[in-house]
Write a protein that binds this ligand. Structure first.
Ligand SMILES: Cc1ncc(COP(=O)(O)O)c(C=O)c1O
Length: 374
């Protein structure tokens, strides 16, 4: 049997990795400024992380949510400390799309409303509700199309006011649009959105799946604005590559037995991976490192003649290039052996590296970028 070919692949097979270094099947080394799509937060094969998962696997890897799993509570406490969201509740799932799916469903249950407002350029995943609020008709099947989703423009509160009504359960917004090309939801806009949602009894869901977990230089990117969301979704960096997603929920939203559920979410091994990731994040202060290294990187790139627009916060950086970004990205990979991300719609190279990146690794990228844009 062959695999179902939905991914356009680079002809590269990665066999091992450490920190930000990837090694392919021919022994070639690459610098990873893509983090496997923003997933690797504390570095590949980080020692404490490998040890913790191995130890957990030797005890128990999985049991279902029909029994008490204290690791879930341990993880909740760690996330509370890291995020500063002290009294929220945690629901664990397996991916970003599943986190958003549950967040939207929860908002609808709680408000007893059926519509949602999303934004042009947004990406929330590929499952049914998640893809319905994603601004890309090409990845929506006929079964996903719905008139329950209303569209507004990021950073334009008037466009939200135009569509909000008393059947809108939630507004869902990425703290920083990732796939959309590193477009920041401004602090002012998030404040206005918070106010508007509160006035209308609408839940504010902030997707921190790509921009969260320390990447922006704060634990959640929306924390620059000082607003609090009703529901926050996380995935990617939360367990450094182990598939874990999470929904953080305002304590005023009551849980009811059976309203949400999952077989794999919150399993022992996933929790151990997420706990180890949280411990390493705290031990090495990687949120601060993201802020510092992000500023260092932006400082090096600002004013570069090959760059049309430079956007970002911390270690989520979008480089909109003058020349074709796809071609530059290809040369970075094949000539300079550096993995980067890409947002085609806005001709942007996206850097979402592990948060343990050093100045030396940034220097290597900047040198390579100079070379391929000469
Ligand atoms: C902002 C955002 N939300 C949701 C998702 C979907 O996550 P997953 O692929 O884990 O379902 C992604 C994936 O890239 C994302 O960037």
């Amino acid at each position: 049997m062959n695999t179902f070919e939905v991914f356009k692949l680079f002809p590269i097979t990665i066999e091992s990795a450490k920190g930000l270094e990837l090694t392919d099947s021919e022994g070639k080394k690459y610098l990873d400024l893509y983090g496997g799509h923003g997933v690797i937060s504390i570095g590949h094969c980080q020692e404490d992380y490998v040890k913790a998962i191995t130890a957990q696997l030797n005890k128990i890897g999985f049991y279902s949510n029909s029994v008490h799993i204290p690791l879930q509570e341990e993880l909740a406490v760690k996330l509370q400390k890291l995020s500063g969201y002290s009294d929220y509740k945690l629901f664990l799932v397996n991916s970003g799309a599943e986190a958003n799916e549950n967040a939207l469903k929860l908002a609808s249950f709680y408000t007893n409303r059926s519509k949602v407002i999303s934004f042009h350029g947004a990406f929330f995943g590929r499952t049914s509700l998640a893809v319905a609020v994603t601004d890309n008709p090409a990845i929506q099947a006929p079964i996903n199309k719905t008139d329950k989703v209303l569209w507004a423009t990021l950073n334009d509160i008037e466009s939200v006011k135009k569509v909000i009504d008393n059947d809108v359960a939630a507004v869902i917004v990425e703290g920083i649009q990732g796939v959309g090309g590193v477009q920041i939801a401004s602090d002012e806009f998030l404040k206005q959105l918070r106010e508007l949602c509160t006035q209308n009894g609408t839940m504010l869901i902030i997707d921190e799946i790509q921009c969260g977990y320390g990447r922006s230089g704060k634990f959640f990117s929306h924390q620059y604005s000082g607003v609090k969301a009703d529901i926050i979704t996380m995935a990617k960096g939360i367990a450094n590559g182990f598939p874990v997603g999470a929904v953080m929920i305002d304590p005023n939203i009551p849980a009811k037995f059976g309203m949400l559920g999952t077989t794999f979410g919150g399993n022992h091994l996933g929790c151990a991976a997420a706990i180890a990731t949280a411990d390493v994040m705290a031990k090495y202060n990687y949120v601060d490192n993201a802020a510092k290294m992000g500023a260092y990187l932006m400082g090096k790139l600002r004013g570069h003649k090959a760059i049309k627009d430079l956007r970002g916060r911390g270690l989520m950086v979008g480089i909109e290039t003058v020349a074709d970004a796809a071609e530059i990205r290809k040369r970075l990979l094949f000539d300079e052996h550096i993995f980067t991300g890409f947002s085609g719609g806005v001709n942007t190279i996206r850097l979402i590296p592990p948060l343990c990146i050093t100045e030396k690794e940034i220097d290597r990228f900047v040198e390579a970028f100079d070379k391929v844009t000469k």
